[in-house]
Design a binder for this molecule. Sequence first.
Ligand code: PEP
Length: 247
Amino acid sequence: MRTPIIAGNWKMNKTIEETKEFIAALKDFSLENVDAVLCVPYTSLGILREQLNNKIKIGSQNIHWEENGAFTGEISPLMLKELGVEYAIIGHSERREMFGETDETVNRRVHAAFKHGITPIVCVGEKLEEREAGKTKDVVKEQTEKAIANLSSEQVKKLVVAYEPIWAIGTGKTSSAEDANEVIGYIRKVIANQYDSQVANEVRIQYGGSVKPENIRSFLSQPEIDGALVGGASLKPESFMALVEGA
Ligand code: PEP
């Protein structure tokens, strides 16, 4: 059985003061049979580590493949480990579209994360024009295969993949739960072909794209969907709690 995982992606939101307010407003909610993660700006990692009840895991929004060096603006796995980071979002569509992230750099970051004991949350997903051209499966196949190239089976089993149709991110539009389930089932087949079905059955694959407390159950009731990567609705403590409790 795969444990569902709800990960909040704060993107470039919240100062340290605002992060403190968020933490203070979190109630001691129950976390049974679900993993909860908050992927926050680097500046908020320290305060999360100090003040967050340790039931919620800490995540970053990127990770570099080298441990140090001349990589202005990047973040080292060692620096993240030091701050208690256990998960790293890799290859989010905003990084692919705006900051030149490629399938090759995604793969390097994934290897670095595993090397340092950080679980990658690898994002894949198609643009609207790709969906309309019937290319969704081709796109997610290529992104998935390249992201997980040359990992060991043991590493792949620990992986989290987030299927995020780009046209559904931050737009209020969602994929139907059935469509998301179909694409996620297909991603699992791609992983099974590259490794084997036992490995693929252990990989947790989330849906992401305008998930809210009101619609999370419809996604999580689908057999292939193992949680959600959530942007906007993770910014308010009450809605983050409702997402986790709804899982
Ligand atoms: C995301 O940033 O990964 C995301 C899914 O955002 P939103 O929930 O706001 O659509």
